[in-house]
Design a protein around this ligand. Sequence first.
Ligand SMILES: Nc1ncnc2c1ncn2[C@@H]1O[C@H](COP(=O)(O)OP(=O)(O)OP(=O)(O)O)[C@@H](O)[C@H]1O
Ligand SMILES: [Mg+2]
Length: 507
Amino acid sequence: MRLGIKAKQIAAVTAIVGLAVVGLSAVHVTRLARVVLRESQARGELLANAIFHRAREVVVAGGPDDLYTALRTDPGLRAILESSVYGESVTEAAILDTQGIVRASSDPALEGRPLPSRADLATLVEGTALDQLRTIYARDGRTLEVRQQMVLGDAPFGSIRIGVSTVLMREELNASLRPAINVAVASVLIAVIVAALLAQLFLRPINVIRGGLTRLGKGELGVTLDLNQNDEFGDLGTFFNTVSQQLSEQRDPRQAARKLVALSRLTAGLAHEVKNPLNAMMIHLELLRTKLTRVSAPRPEPAPVAAGGLGLAAARLPERAKAEDALQHVEIIENEIRRLDEVVQGFLKFTRPEDLKLQPLQVKDIFDEILPLIAPEAETNHVRVEVQAPSDTPWVNGDASMLRQAFLNLAINACHAMPNGGSLRMSCAAASGNRVEIRFEDTGVGIPAEHLPKIFDLYFTTKEHGTGIGLSMVYRIVQLHDGEVEVESTQGRGTTFRVLLPRANES
Ligand SMILES: Nc1ncnc2c1ncn2[C@@H]1O[C@H](COP(=O)(O)OP(=O)(O)OP(=O)(O)O)[C@@H](O)[C@H]1O
Ligand SMILES: [Mg+2]
């Protein structure tokens, strides 16, 4: 069973208070037991003294021949003996002759018989606390004796025995203990309540930090803790806020989005600025081509009228050759301008969200379309490509050409990550939240942990000839589809990219 800090703290405080209460109670109980024993002894001795004084008076006064008959029949002595049974712990009083036979007793039935021997209370009063408690709390209860010799001059004429009941002593002790027990129970209860309140107070910062970590764990950004304490927890809160801010800055998708928005504006401006000159260049190239074609085309030669006529035709020949040569350059320039135009158009296509043409499509179809495109790269790197796209996978709502580009970027990156061969698994499956999960799992070199926060950044690349645009396009495209892209990577083992796209409405 897992015990929380709160439970442990309550248990610890309760245990400490409980131990203190038990210890103090033990001391208290032993003291009380000694007091009860002493009081019983004192009462017994008081009674014994009273009996002795009266007995001596009876003996000194003389009377009936038999001393013991005089003692037994003396009304004063009998009154004292009988009053003994009303004492608090005293239960009987008796006068014994020198032979140990009861001659007068609070219980007349005992008279004429020997009194059974009983433990001496004086010995117990001097004994250990444990013996005292054990005797007082003995289950059946016992009668102890207070003893006093009766001496006249130097001659003993009997003894007095006062019976004291441990049962009555126990009741007396319990009655005195009751308030102490109540105080002990109340102390433990108060300790539990105070411990719970203290735990609540001390644990508040821990709960606040735990809440903050949970929110961070769920991917929330900009989490700050309100721990205005001037102690270690306050320091921890400040540290947490710093780390959280750094994380937000690293992970905030809006930052990547902002960069892409900036890129969109840049490319839109670029397109405007570049397209017009490109058009003008094309027009002028066309004009140049027309002119050069005219020079290079073989024209019908006028009939040679003089010897110089042949010389003119001969002079045109190198001119025509030059024009043909220039035409080849024109063609190259034209092709390059066309390529430039395509690049600009391509950029515009990615950065302009209004170009998004969403329609229901099957991920498998996109996989099929990109397979031939990645085949050369896969072959060069000895990468085995595996596709797992069950036919019952829900359709997604997407722009086919954009998704093709995004998936192609992910697949090509995977191939690049496996220069010594490996396998790339492209799969799709239904996911929670009415989405479809598309995975690209490779067994490549993996991504170092310190690179992970940066891979979606525009222009971040570790490749010699990389542009660092591939993954930012993936991010942008997925974002335009209202989807998510996640990455998991272990260095030396491989990388998995997960793309989550909304399902197409089933109708
Ligand atoms: N599957 C992968 N395995 C290992 N590293 C990867 C993987 N995919 C991306 N990366 C890392 O992320 C970086 C950024 O990738 P991105 O596709 O944005 O740019 P690039 O591939 O370097 O260049 P390009 O713009 O030509 O695609 C890569 O340089 C590489 O370090
Ligand atoms: Mg790439």
